[in-house]
Design a protein around this ligand. Structure first.
Ligand code: ARG
Ligand code: ZN
Length: 872
């Protein structure tokens, strides 16, 4: 059942032009296809034509106008096989399908009554019989016929070329996309939609119409996405020299969507959560997320659409590069160090966990059963880290030249990761052959570092040793080419010292290359004892171990010139304290707070640090999930208790400082998602979080006032969350109720209402989840609801990991139900259970039992692949 990269064969037949006509109907949509097909020059003249097709009812089939006899083709649940076809021909087919019963949300489906599509990766085969693979690229002409009243708006890729009325209250629109594309970039939307329109003048002076299509009640939630789109278009011109290539660019918001959004040519389709914002309904984080996703999908127009992937094993070619591009865009638009801190802290929590678990896979997997299971943090985020390393190895200018060469040479083609890295090697003198191992080797490399200062010779000896732990199917790992950006911070001067290596002066901040299993770097002319600052700006996606003392960390926290490493020093310092407290909790010993952490926080709070956004990050403790990642065996309760103890100790010791910070960062300005305002709100809300850790009376009043003021959703949600997560149910319950009633009509706010309740630490959460699953605002068929309620519950560490196993059982029940409705979402939701090896024996057994129970069901290939790996 698995497909292997090594089995890749070019397609025997190419489609050069595709014409589709959709006659829409919820239960019986008819799709007529006319495909202009050519045999591949290198294919055997006897080669049969094999087309993908699933969940389709075939109505008719003809070649060059002659209907095909039954004996001329074979049909299975998955393919249409025609043994004998000419060298070039026109294949005509008609099929019927039922969008209204498509709960998988792949192919053509209905969301809130409107028709929409999701074809990546292999959804187009649910629309018509076709070679559903990205290396078959055709121009498309699409006619959509719908009901003029219920579907007044009919959209497809490219440019509108015709439209008109038909009989029986029907009408049609015809669209043409002149750019050859693989079918995964096909899209169609039909429904009662309303648009917001704007325009963008490209660098060469062309005028592009920009349209955002939404349901009427969401017209007031489009401003930020539109502004983000325009910023992204300008940024891609300035930064990568990439200009948009059609006269029209459309974005559509739909409520039911498996992922964030999709880069269909000229017609991006978005999960409403990834595009709609309003100060009253969306938090700062949501605003920033929307900005990043709008940019991401737009950037795909070049990194993905103009140059696409040869096969799905190359998925990271477009995703890793495009994530890197959107990260840089967000960094340039907002606070760059905060963007890096947030990305890395998420990466080290979630991607490291994936890379250490049973579904670990390389950025370019060598086999898979179900490609939708590979839209992962590894393909996307680790893929982006690897592209970032390329940028760092080459420097921006050569990297940009490599990117230009890649887009120019491969425009209109479906290519591989070698093609991309090859361009980078070609424009620079950097040998990237060892670097390629990053694409084939799974697992997080660990670097054990130690250093010694030789006073007599003024030398600093830094030894780095690398190893990558075994991952499923890959027991032996080779050394990787790891760029380590670093500095040596003088303990006397508090300044970066000049780095001299083998007689060469490298400056104060340099990249050293770790390529062997072990290497020692001897820095000369080091005038004072330094503390090394390693892996600055997280220069490689690795775990770095260095025996820092707490004094070293407190020193780096205030003296490191690298903002990211200052933050990281604080996190490491907190981790050392947390480790002691976790041990104390387990051994039943009294917990004692490390005063060095308190003093470090006091310094931060009282220093006039100018970047409030960075300060807010520095005052935030590592999450329970991150702490868990650092432990050999996860002790859920000890981690929770230790972290709460640190939070409360800091709150007690620094109460007045937190009150002062809270008060000093109030603002009556009208809401704007600017970096300055966001920074101020984050800092204020971090201070409030500490005050609520001790349920400080003044803190409670701040929360009540902030909630009641209804100034913006960031503040309202934060205050409500703190109340609901406290033991003051007397205040929290009425607030929660009022909030739920006020926003009952708004699905995206109700998602937040669900999440707030099921992430509280109190032990009633499981019952709440069960109760809320019956709430009228919940629907198991809507992926956002499932994520907001059930997904959020599975992230609630102490409640999900209850020792009676009921948390696991609840998740398994939902996975079993979703396996029938939406396999892609089911396979994602099961992830927390697949991490069973990380827990104590009792929990391991309970988690495995649930996986075994799931496995006894008739499973989709999606869930099967994940569960099988988890139990292997
Ligand atoms: N290419 C899309 C993006 O990264 C995501 C595609 C989602 N595919 C899926 N099978 N859910 O922007
Ligand atoms: Zn993408």
């Amino acid at each position: 059942q698995p497909v292997y990269l090594s089995d890749y064969q070019p397609p025997a037949y190419l489609v050069t032009h595709t014409e589709l006509t959709f006659d829409l109907d919820p239960a019986a949509t008819r799709v007529k296809a006319r495909l202009q097909i050519e045999r591949h020059p290198s294919a055997d003249s006897q080669a049969p034509l094999v087309l993908n097709g699933e969940h389709l009812t075939l109505i008719s089939l003809a070649i060059d106008g002659s209907p095909l006899a039954d004996a001329a083709y074979q049909l299975t649940d998955e393919v249409l096989h025609i043994a004998d076809v000419p060298e070039t021909f026109m294949l005509e087919s008609e099929v019927e399908l039922a969008p209204s019963s498509n709960t998988a949300l792949e192919g053509l489906y209905q969301s809130n009554g409107m028709y929409c599509t999701q074809c990546e990766a292999e959804g187009f085969r649910r629309i018509t019989y076709y070679p559903d693979r990205p290396d078959v690229m055709a121009t498309f002409k699409v006619t959509v016929i719908g009901n003029a009243t219920s579907e007044p708006v009919l959209l497809a890729n490219g440019n509108p070329v015709d439209q008109g009325a038909l009989e029986n209250g029907r009408h049609f629109a015809t669209w043409e996309d002149p750019h050859p594309k693989p079918c995964y970039l096909f899209a169609l939307v039909a429904g009662n939609l309303h648009k917001v329109e704007d325009s963008f003048e490209t660098v060469s002076g062309r005028n592009v119409t920009l349209q955002l299509w939404v349901e009427q009640e969401n017209l007031d939630k489009t401003e930020h996405a539109m502004a983000s789109l325009k910023r992204a278009m300008a940024w891609d011109e300035q930064t990568y020299g990439r200009e948009y290539d059609l006269d029209l660019f459309m974005i559509v918001a739909v409520n039911d969507f498996n992922m964030g959004a999709m880069e269909n040519k000229g017609l991006n389709i978005f999960n409403s959560a990834a595009v709609l914002t309003h100060p009253n309904t969306a938090t700062d984080a949501a605003f920033q997320n929307v900005e990043g996703i709008v940019a991401h999908e737009y950037f795909h127009n070049w990194s993905g659409n103009r140059v696409t992937c040869r096969d799905w094993f190359q998925l990271s070619l477009k995703e890793g590069f495009t994530v890197f591009r959107d990260q840089c865009f967000s960094a340039d638009t907002n606070s760059a160090p905060v963007k890096r801190i947030q990305d890395v802290s998420f990466f080290r929590t979630a991607q490291f966990a994936e890379d250490a678990g049973p579904t670990a896979h390389p950025i370019r997997p060598d086999h898979f059963i179900e490609i939708t299971n590979f839209y992962t943090l590894t393909i996307y985020e680790k893929g982006a880290e690897v592209v970032r390393m390329l940028r760092n190895l080459l420097g921006w200018e050569d990297f940009r030249r490599g990117s230009d060469l890649y887009f120019e040479r491969f425009d209109g083609q479906a290519v591989t990761i070698e093609d991309f890295v090859g361009c980078m090697a070609e424009v620079s003198d950097v040998d990237l052959s060892q670097f390629m191992r990053w694409y084939s080797q799974a697992g997080t490399p660990e670097i054990d570092a130690h250093g010694e200062y030789d006073y007599a010779h003024g030398e600093y000896h830094l030894t780095l040793r690398q190893r990558t732990p075994a991952t499923p199917g890959q027991s032996d790992k080779l050394p990787l080419h790891i760029p380590v950006r670093m500095g040596l911070v003088g303990t006397k001067s508090g300044q970066d010292l000049t780095l001299t290596l083998l007689g060469e002066k490298l400056g104060n901040d340099a990249v050293i290359h770790l390529t062997e299993d072990e290497q020692t770097f001897v820095f000369t002319d080091v005038a004072e004892a330094p503390v090394p600052s390693l892996l600055r700006d997280f220069s490689a996606p690795v775990k770095l171990h260095f025996p820092y003392s707490r004094e070293d960390l407190a020193f780096l926290l205030t003296h490191d010139s690298d903002g990211f490493n200052r933050w990281d020093a604080g996190q490491r310092l907190a981790m050392l304290a947390l480790d002691d407290l976790i041990a104390a909790h387990r051994n039943g010993v009294e917990k004692v707070m490390d005063s060095r952490v308190v003093e470090a926080f006091r310094t931060l709070l009282t220093s006039a640090m100018s970047d409030k956004a960075v300060l807010a990050e520095m005052l935030t403790l590592p999450s329970e999930a991150y702490i868990a990642e650092q432990q050999p065996i996860v002790d859920v309760d000890a981690i929770h208790a230790a972290r709460e103890f640190v939070r409360q100790s800091l709150a007690v010791a620094l109460r007045d400082e937190f009150v002062a910070v809270y008060k000093a960062n109030q603002s009556d300005e009208p809401y704007a998602p600017t970096p300055e305002q966001i920074a101020q709100r984050s800092l204020k809300n971090v201070a409030l979080t500490y005050l609520m850790a001790i349920e400080d009376e003044e803190g409670i009043t701040f929360c009540e006032t902030q909630f009641a003021a209804e100034h913006n959703m960031t503040d309202v949600r934060h205050a409500l969350t703190l109340l609901v997560h406290s033991d003051r149910d007397d205040i929290a319950s009425p607030a929660l109720k009022a909030f739920g009633e006020k926003w009952a009509h708004d699905p995206l706010v109700m998602d937040q209402w669900f999440t707030i309740q099921v992430s509280r630490p109190q032990p009633d959460v499981l019952e709440r989840v069960q109760y809320l699953m019956q709430h009228p605002a919940f629907s198991i068929k809507n992926p956002n609801k499932v994520r907001a309620l059930v997904g959020a519950f599975a992230q609630n560490r102490i409640n999900f990991h209850r020792l009676d196993g009921k948390g696991y059982a609840l998740l398994a029940d939902v996975v079993i139900e979703l396996n029938r409705l939406n396999p892609e979402i089911a396979a994602r939701l099961v992830t927390p259970l697949t991490r069973w090896q990380r827990f104590d024996e009792e929990r391991q057994q309970l988690m495995r039992d649930e996986l075994v129970r799931i496995k006894q069901e008739p499973l989709s290939s999606n869930v099967f692949e994940v569960v099988e790996k988890a139990l292997a």
